[in-house]
Design a protein around this ligand. Structure first.
Ligand code: AMP
Length: 218
């Protein structure tokens, strides 16, 4: 079953997606990562995207949909996780059309429910490997790297995301409430929505997801 995550910023969708992708052979498609990869190239488009992200706003629907389409058509028969798309009802409708075209109908939408204070602490403590993208957290003992500032997996340097400061987090959270939350109703009506408590650790949320996927004994 393919998975779509809808969640407030720093609810854990990236971490949980990575766990699912490595344990159950999912292709992890993160639209945030697609944008950050473009930024890394230093292109003019990347500079424009960086400005949008730093303001806590959403990138244009047309651009992000184009980026997503490329990834989805590349995935061949592998199951996928969509992490970060759709971010508004318009994108949800586009995705439904795209799924029809690509004959994809086995999917589930997981809403990661989290309190704002917890999400904020996660965002402000998040540190990401510049090289492989692995995520750690300064404020949670179970999420710290073995050596401060260094990635356990590839020895890359750990840095904070430019949009993980208090001001941008608040704006991202407001954007989520205004334009992303209505997506939940859209999928509820399609009977695709499941709610996951993401206030505890990523592993606790993962256990609930495994039950929903029917792989709890794996
Ligand atoms: P994320 O890594 O999912 O937290 O995304 C980081 C930022 O990328 C967001 O705050 C948005 O500015 C942008 N972004 C990611 N996905 C989308 C999307 N589907 N539509 C518009 N902007 C997006």
């Amino acid at each position: 079953m393919n998975i779509i995550f809808v969640a407030p910023p720093a609810a854990g969708k990236g971490t949980i997606s990575s766990l699912l992708a490595s344990n159950y052979d999912y292709k992890h498609i993160s639209t945030g990562d697609l944008i950050r990869n473009e930024i890394k190239t230093g292109s003019k488009l990347g500079t424009e995207l960086q400005e949008v992200i730093n303001k806590g706003e959403l990138v244009s629907d047309e651009l992000i949909t184009e980026m997503l389409k490329k990834e989805l058509t590349k995935k061949e028969n592998q199951k996928f996780i969509l992490d970060g798309y759709p971010r508004n009802v318009e994108q949800a409708k586009v995705l439904t059309t795209l799924f029809t075209k690509l004959k994809i109908n086995d999917y589930i939408v997981l809403y990661l429910e989290v309190e704002k204070e917890i999400a904020q602490k996660r965002a402000l403590g998040r540190i990401v490997c510049q090289n492989c993208g692995s995520t750690y957290n300064k404020y949670f003992s179970e999420c710290q790297p073995q050596k401060e500032g260094i990635c356990d997996k590839c020895q890359g340097i750990l840095i904070s995301r430019t949009d993980d400061n208090e001001k941008t987090f608040n704006k991202r959270f407001d954007t989520y409430l205004k334009v992303t939350q209505p997506v939940l109703d859209y999928y509820k009506k399609l009977d695709k929505l499941k709610i996951i408590d993401s206030n505890q650790t990523a592993f606790t949320a993962l256990e609930s997801i495994k039950r929903i996927l029917g792989v709890e004994n794996d």
